[in-house]
Design a protein around this ligand. Structure first.
Ligand code: AMP
Ligand code: MG
Length: 344
């Protein structure tokens, strides 16, 4: 199959992409978070193609993308007031809510669960594709399963050229990490995955938030977890990644002491001068965490090269969007962290 590259600025693109979606084909769509591998979320055969193309475990559910909050009720029931409050505050935007699923949503889409993850993306072309297709678009991140997520159309082609019908090129994703996921099916709202909508922003609207343990620690692959996606190895380049925490100077001293040819350093732009001769790659500026979230996956993909032995990574500290960057980097590192302050 030839994969068509559709330009996000071509006025004919939404209709062309929507036609393919209605035919049950796979179309990669740009969003503000990452590129999604989209299909008709109500069509089991189409959804099965997503799992096949990604090599995704069947129990790892997809997110249903809708074009406006008025569509929630078509796919969810027992919707609490706080879901409407969150939609009002953050949609369109990088927030996914988990709610009880109506029967119209196939269990293949929800990974067998009776809940569904739903969001309205902040990308006008993609919302128009959803509107014209007349169905919600189920889409996980468009990377091959386990690999760093796709934040450009070129990343998608790298992973899926010749295997999917089309990619809609909407340029580089603004947020760069996947959506924040909040579970609203229990007594207390629960953060299942941090993202562009921060825990602080959620708390301001909800007044209460539990952070799921899968956010902060490695989860066993046989564990029963709220967000099945959290237990799988994720975002990881081919070689081991280790996070080196601590001050700039102590971390650089540690890394320079342990660096051997074939290793790479993933750092902040401000730190590049400290790693001369260590083949450093900067993924953004420490002074602007949004550049770090936007650049992280492109950098991890660049480091996904069999000739690299080991990656030493620097991770931002603090809350806000840094919390999401920490989560993705820690997962890429399988929670392997060395504190340079404690090492001499
Ligand atoms: P991805 O789009 O690749 O980021 O994957 C979607 C994420 O949403 C995965 O981590 C899933 O575990 C999570 N997810 C989707 N549906 C549900 C659900 N019903 N309950 C909990 N988590 C979900
Ligand atoms: Mg993913």
């Amino acid at each position: 199959m030839e994969t068509i590259l559709l330009s996000g600025t071509d006025p004919a693109t939404p209709a062309a992409a929507a036609r393919l979606i209605r035919q049950g084909q796979l179309v990669a769509i740009p969003t503000e978070t990452v590129y999604g591998l989209g299909a008709d979320g109500l069509n089991e055969a189409a959804v099965a193609r997503i799992f096949e193309a990604k090599g995704r475990p069947q129990d790892n559910p997809l997110i249903l993308h809708i074009c406006g909050p008025e569509q929630i009720e078509q796919f969810c029931h027992h919707i609490p007031q706080r879901a409407y409050d969150l939609a009002q505050a953050f949609w369109p935007g990088p927030l996914t809510m988990v709610l009880p699923a109506r029967r119209v949503v196939p269990r293949r889409t929800t990974g067998g669960l009776d809940t569904v993850a739903i969001r309205c993306p902040d990308n006008a072309v993609t919302r128009e594709i959803i509107r014209l297709s007349g169905v919600p678009i189920a889409a996980p991140s468009a990377n091959l399963s386990g690999k760093p997520s796709t934040t450009t159309a070129q990343h998608v082609l790298h992973d899926h050229n010749g295997k999917i019908a089309a990619v809609v090129d909407g340029g580089a994703c603004r947020v760069g990490v996947e959506s924040t996921i909040v579970d609203l099916t229990e007594g207390r709202p629960r953060l299942l995955r941090p993202g562009g909508v921060t825990p602080e922003q959620l708390l301001a609207v909800l007044g209460d938030l539990v952070v799921d343990k899968a956010v902060t620690a490695q989860v066993d692959k046989d564990a029963v977890v709220k967000a099945p996606g959290m237990k799988y190895r994720h975002y990881a380049p081919a070689e081991p990644v280790v996070i080196v925490s601590g001050s700039r100077e102590k971390a650089a001293a540690y890394i320079r002491r342990h660096f051997t040819p074939g290793d790479r350093v993933l750092c902040f732009q401000e730190e590049l001068p400290l790693y001369e001769g260590c083949n450093p790659l900067a993924y953004g500026r420490e002074a602007d965490v949004n550049t770090l979230s936007a650049g992280l996956f492109a950098a991890l993909r660049e480091l996904d090269d069999p000739s690299v032995h080991q990656v030493y990574a620097r991770c931002p500290v603090g809350g806000g969007v840094a919390y999401a960057v920490q989560n993705r980097l820690k997962k890429a590192a399988a929670f392997h962290i060395i504190d340079a302050e404690a090492e001499e």
